[in-house]
Structures are given as C-alpha cells and as structure tokens.
Ligand binder design. Structure first.
Ligand SMILES: [Mg+2]
Length: 248
C-alpha cells in the first residue's frame, strides 16, 4: 500500500502558494491606497502575514484549521483593521481570498509524470493520498493536477477526517483501521510505503510508526536537508516515476 502526500509530491503547489501570497499582499497594499487612502507597504504586510501564520499554527496546533488559507487571510485582515483603526468591507475580504486562489490556480500544476506514474502504481498497489489540506482544498488541488479517483488513486484522506495533522502519529494510528475498513484488507505497517516531499511531515512522520519512507525532491522543499536521523528517507528520488523502479 502506498500513501502519497499531495502538495509538492504529486505536483508543484508550494512555490505557487508563495507566489500567490506575494501577489495577494501586493494587491492588498495597492487596494488600501486606492480605495481607502491608507499607505501600508508590501513589506509591512509580509511581516503581518508571518505573524498571522505563526499565530494560526500556534492556535490550531496539529489541527486542520492551521492550514486553512481562507481563515489565514481573514485573520490577517482583522489584524490589519486593528492596526489601521478602520473597518474593511466584507467585499474586500472576498476580493482578497479570490485574488489568492486565482493566482494559485494559475500556477499550480502536476509534474509531467504524475498521472502516468499513479496509473501504473494502481495496477499493483492500493494508492492512498494523505494530506494536511482540508477536504475542499485537497479537491481543488486534485482537479488542478488532473487526478481522478479510481484511475489515479483509491482513497483520499484529509486531515479533517480525523481532525489531526501530520506529523502526529495519531493520524497514522487512526488511518490504518480506517483503510482496513475502506479497502477491506488487512493493513500492517510492514506493507506501507509513505511517499512525500517534506522531511518532517512525511518522512519523520512515517518513522513514528516504523513505516518505509521515500522522499521526492521537488517544489519548495527540494533543497531542504533533513535536520535529524528521523527525517532521512530510505530512498530519495528526483522524479515520481522513479517509484516504479524502486517498488517492483
Ligand atoms: Mg507535501
């Protein structure tokens, strides 16, 4: 059984996310000047974004809400309102969220070998996509990557399902019995292979239950070195299609 991460593993989405954040901060800065006569630089907004993200991660520790982008933009705009002493209209909140998603959607894409590799893996293995995204965001990305249930994967599991995120071992402990029921087969850790781009959230996560782990060096984390032994994968690959050689 293969458990594949989504972001950065099956397609380019982390760099597009960074681009979409930059574009959205620029949009906010320009609109504040134009529509509300307030001067806030992109740099100030960048600092506010970092603060907001840290706050969200702290507030929703290992909870799916920590990855909710719509919530993050709402939190940021609330902080901005406090800072400026103004009330921004709800339509502005909506414009900001729309801007973020439209830039993201124009840039996120599957890797050239993603679809074919998954189709071939499906011939031999149960293919499960496991992501920290909430359900709506995961579905959006599967659509952008052109991935269909039954053709490219058997099951999609989001962090919302068990209300817990990677790298919590609890996610895996609850996932195995769920997959046993869903796929009507016994799932033991010896047959599970975890594939992901993130040394901490995928590789070290696999290690918490002693599962085999394969690292795909792609997207934003491609050059990110493991920071401890648990983050060292059994195999490191540059392209997803190399899985077909490793998992014979
Ligand atoms: Mg990832």
């Amino acid at each position: 059984m293969i458990l594949l991460d989504l972001d950065g593993t099956l397609g380019l989405s982390l760099i597009p996310e960074e681009d979409a954040i930059s574009e959205t901060l620029k949009f906010i800065s320009e609109e504040l000047a134009k529509r509300f006569g307030r001067a806030v630089s992109e740099e100030e907004l960048r600092t506010l974004y970092k603060e907001t993200k840290n706050e969200q991660y702290h507030l929703y520790h290992l909870n799916p809400k920590r990855h909710d982008k719509n919530l993050r933009w709402t939190m940021l705009l609330r902080k901005l309102e406090d800072k400026l002493g103004v009330r921004l209209p709800e339509s502005f909140y909506e414009d900001v969220r729309k801007r973020y998603w439209s830039v993201f959607e124009s840039k996120a894409e599957p890797y050239p070998d993603t679809q074919e590799t998954l189709e071939k893996l499906m011939e031999k293995f149960a293919v499960v996509i496991v992501t920290n995204n909430d359900y709506a965001e995961a579905k959006k990305k599967l659509k952008l990557f052109g991935l269909k249930k039954g053709k490219h994967y058997d099951v999609l599991v989001t962090s919302e399902k068990f209300n817990v995120c990677k790298p919590s071992p609890e996610f895996l402990e609850r996932l195995f019995p769920f997959l046993e029921q869903k796929l009507s087969r016994k799932v033991s850790v010896e047959q599970v292979i975890i594939v992901g781009d993130d040394p901490k959230n995928d590789i070290a996560w696999a290690r918490t239950v002693g599962a085999k782990a394969i690292r795909v060096k792609k997207d934003l984390l491609a050059k990110h070195d493991p920071s401890n032994e648990a983050e060292e994968a059994d195999h490191v690959i540059e392209n997803l299609s190399e899985l077909l050689n490793i998992l014979r």
